[in-house]
Design a protein around this ligand. Structure first.
Ligand code: GDP
Length: 449
């Protein structure tokens, strides 16, 4: 616990009007601030009715004060929570008074950052706090709670322990060559490596699912005008989001919609019809459509099944960026009598009717499967891209160490790779993470958290 830190404050409830609004204060000056603002320091952890006063002892508001003395608080520092009436003016006045008494405005995520720095949470748990707040589906929220309760951290630590044990064994053997431990035939090393490999695979799979629950996928609906793109967006969203008309070129801007597929958030973007145009507004719409396509996880190219696949549709496939996969959607099958569902695998093609809803379940299942999302499997915990990257790096290092041992009998190289893998895994929980990365992570949080 550091005593030289300053005291921070922020409104912890969302902006706007509500029954209750909370100003949160953390740091060494909390007892002094409480004494002046509430006339006395409230009894620890007991909701105390107080009158909050300004410099001239005029009442700003009347509400509850909660005091959590260090180290038994979220941040590990003294915390004061002032529960007032949830109006923006009241909250501003209350916050201004706290700042006047010596606190400074907290940066985004600074309360969680202090909790991390004071060992109240590891980095995975701190990130889970933000993920829980940002969750867009109930499954994502549950996964974030499990991470917050330490489920992901426990699994990462278990893997780390296995790595450390193996490394110690290998290093001990290297230090005492007279014992002539033959690594190549040492079943313990081989079994250790096999178990660790399995643990990496299981953890990576769960982390990928956790990452999908958090970030979801971005799907862009594209195709020629009138193919039924807006109708497909509305059918997936289950409501009329986009204007549907028989007039080509109705959608001129990019429309976005969040939809959940069995708990995985899907960000669907409907774009202007991709066709050469002289119209300035339509041309801008088409430019934005291409920009959306560049960053998509998948593009759905909608084709009017009455017209069949035409040269212009094939041109769209050719123009798509190479790294963005696409699925062909044959729409309007209610008019063509084609069977709904998967039509072909390469490229994946699905027949639907945006009008009747036929084939939409097959499309949803295809999208989830294309992302590697396991439908019906509860997310074990929430995870982020950076966790997966670190796990991959560590896994590659262990694999390369194993190769060194198997092909070159190089036990010392195995030990070194195990050490590097250990460092990569420590980055996940924040044991060895540079300040820039920490700054980046906490800057993504909201103010007051
Ligand atoms: P967009 O220009 O590609 O966005 O196409 P829209 O969604 O605006 O649809 C163009 C026209 O096709 C509208 O008149 C829709 O009602 C019609 N349409 C769209 N999907 C279907 C479908 O599955 N079946 C039938 N029969 N008509 C459809």
């Amino acid at each position: 616990m550091k005593d030289h830190v300053d005291t921070i404050a922020a409104v912890a409830t969302p902006p706007g009007k509500g029954g209750v609004g909370i100003v949160r204060v953390s740091g060494p000056r909390v007892p002094d601030i409480a004494k002046t603002l509430c006339d006395d320091v409230p009894e620890p952890r007991r909701a105390t009715l107080c009158v909050f006063q300004d410099t001239h002892r005029k009442t700003i508001d009347q509400g509850l004060a909660l005091y959590f003395p260090q180290p038994y608080s979220f941040t590990g520092e003294h915390i004061l929570e002032l529960h007032g009436h949830g109006g923006p003016v009241v909250m501003d006045l209350l916050l201004a008074r706290v700042l006047e008494l010596g606190a400074r405005l907290a940066r985004p995520g600074e309360f969680s950052e202090r909790a991390f720095l004071n060992d109240k949470l590891d980095l995975l748990q701190a990130e889970a706090v933000a993920d829980l707040i940002e969750a867009t589906t109930s499954q994502a929220a549950q996964a974030a709670v499990r991470s917050l309760q330490g489920e992901f951290s426990r699994r990462v630590r278990h893997l780390l322990d296995a790595l450390v044990q193996l490394r110690m064994y290998v290093e001990a053997a290297l230090d005492f060559p007279e014992e002539e431990i033959d690594f190549l035939s040492d079943a313990r090393v081989e079994k250790g490596l096999r178990d660790i490999d399995q643990e990496f695979c299981d953890l990576l799979q769960a982390a990928r699912q956790g990452c999908l629950l958090r970030d979801g996928m971005t799907v862009v609906i594209s195709g020629r005008p009138n193919a039924g793109k807006s109708s497909l967006l509305n059918a997936l969203a289950g409501r009329d989001r986009a204007i549907v008309t028989a007039v080509p070129g109705t959608t001129r801007d990019v429309l976005r919609e969040y939809i959940g597929i069995d708990g995985m958030p899907m960000h669907v973007i409907d774009t202007a019809g991709l066709q050469p145009s002289e119209n300035v507004v339509e041309r801008e719409g088409i430019r934005r459509a291409w920009a959306a396509i560049e960053s998509a996880d998948r593009v759905l190219v909608v084709v009017d099944d009455q017209l069949g696949l035409q040269e212009q549709d094939k041109n769209i496939f050719c123009d798509l960026p190479e790294n963005v996969p696409y699925t062909v959607i044959y729409n309007k099958i209610d008019l063509t009598d084609r069977q709904a569902g998967l039509v072909a695998d390469d490229p994946p093609s699905i027949a639907i009717s945006a009008l009747t809803g036929a084939g939409l379940d097959a499309l949803r299942a295809h999208l989830a499967q294309a992302m590697g999302y396991q439908e019906g499997v509860a997310g074990e915990f929430s995870a982020r891209r950076r966790h997966i990257d670190a796990l991959h790096r560590a896994h590659d290092q262990v694999n390369s160490g194993r190769n060194q041992l198997e092909h070159n009998g190089a036990g010392e190289l195995l030990a070194e790779e195990l050490r590097q893998a250990q460092l990569a895994i420590n980055e996940i929980t924040g044991e060895f993470t540079n300040d820039d990365l920490l700054g980046e992570i906490f800057a993504g949080f909201c103010i007051g958290k």
